[in-house]
Design a protein around this ligand. Structure first.
Ligand code: COA
Ligand code: NAP
Length: 278
């Protein structure tokens, strides 16, 4: 983890970071980078076992700063559950300085086969879930003059086959982010989005790619590699740090240049997949 070597290990000592969907993948990578810099970390998701396993690793990372870790089951579609998780975070870790809205759901589905409930499910998790988390954390963020990081996706602005639901949801997330940057700026609250490119070893990439296409897909990225969860964690740490204190309302692409070359390769890949492979 590069942050441990290049930034003060106590940069976030005494600060509290809450990550929705923090039990795995990119969001756990983000939580880990904050923990390595001393933050108290709260994570939520639907699967308590997964959260508890993630918490063990996080505790090792922030032990040097007497950091605390809280893993709490909450579905971001349930505002009451999220309110309770965020209240518990304040009680056990202290008021939230950094909210990371990362919980999301995805699957490949042609638009004409997507059911109303399939579309609604992704909007509910990604967009409404991000709103619920922001609203629930508002008082704590105001007290701390904190910041929000939304984990968006390139589908928000690069249309991609079989990803209509995700594109609509993440475009909504980025718009929500800009509105909050405008409205809550007067409280000193900053809001920004991070757009990860294809990140190796994650559930999201597994759902969109296949081993057969990986090599070609990597070569199509201008930096000729997939990203890592630490690439995203480092960007998150930067945006939440004093180095970014005048940055709000932005969408930061952390994608090796992928968005520059569009979605043609992914479209060709998924549109030739047999139904059973999606
Ligand atoms: N293709 C088409 N439709 C699908 C689908 C697929 N692969 N998977 C789910 N759906 C539809 C279901 O058919 C259902 O619609 P219906 O009632 O009209 O049949 C709707 O989506 C909800 O499905 P359900 O399984 O009840 O949702 P859930 O709330 O249990 O799970 C998901 C949410 C579907 C997003 C699930 O994939 C998930 O839990 N994802 C989290 C992990 C993840 O996606 N990681 C990558 C992040 S980018
Ligand atoms: P992931 O490991 O599946 O992360 C999603 C997390 O959200 C899981 O821990 C999941 O845990 C949780 N979650 C899902 N539904 C939830 C709900 N209703 N309530 C609370 N938590 C919920 O996948 P990932 O690929 O790392 O994705 C993380 C983020 O990065 C997402 O926002 C995704 O859109 C974004 N992203 C990923 C990529 C990529 O290449 N992977 C690229 C661009 C953007 P439970 O299932 O236990 O609830």
């Amino acid at each position: 983890m590069i942050v441990q070597h290049h930034l003060p290990r106590d940069l976030f000592r005494g600060k509290t970071v809450f990550v929705t969907g923090g039990g795995s993948g990119i969001n756990l990578g983000v939580a880990s980078n904050f923990a390595a810099l001393g933050a108290h970390v709260g994570i939520c998701g639907r699967t308590k076992d997964k959260l508890d396993r993630a918490a063990v690793g996080l505790r090792e990372l922030n032990a040097h700063a007497d950091g605390k870790v809280l893993a709490v089951a909450a579905d971001v579609r349930d505002p009451a559950a999220l309110d309770a998780a965020i209240a518990r975070t304040q009680a056990e870790l202290g008021p939230i300085d950094v909210l990371v809205a990362g919980a999301a759901g995805n699957f490949l589905c042609p638009a004409e086969e997507l059911t109303p409930n399939g579309f609604k499910t992704v909007i509910d998790i990604d967009l409404l879930g991000s709103f619920h988390a922001s609203r629930a954390a508002f008082e704590q963020l105001r007290e701390r003059r904190g910041c929000i990081l939304f984990i968006s996706a390139p589908q928000a602005f690069v249309p991609q086959a079989y990803q209509l639901h995700v594109g609509a949801a993440k475009a909504g997330v980025d718009n929500l982010m800009r509105n909050l940057a405008v409205e809550w700026g007067r409280h000193g609250i900053r809001a920004n989005s991070i757009v990860p490119g294809p990140i190796e070893g994650t559930e999201g990439l597994k759902r969109l790619s296949s081993p057969e296409v990986d090599e070609r897909a990597k070569q199509a990225v201008p930096l000729h590699r997939y990203g890592t969860v630490d690439d995203i964690g480092q960007a998150a740490v930067f945006l939440a740090s004093p180095l970014a204190s005048y940055i709000t309302g932005t969408v930061l692409l952390v994608d090796g240049g992928s968005a520059l070359v569009g979605s043609a390769l992914w479209n060709e890949t998924v549109q030739t997949l047999p139904r059973g492979k999606r």
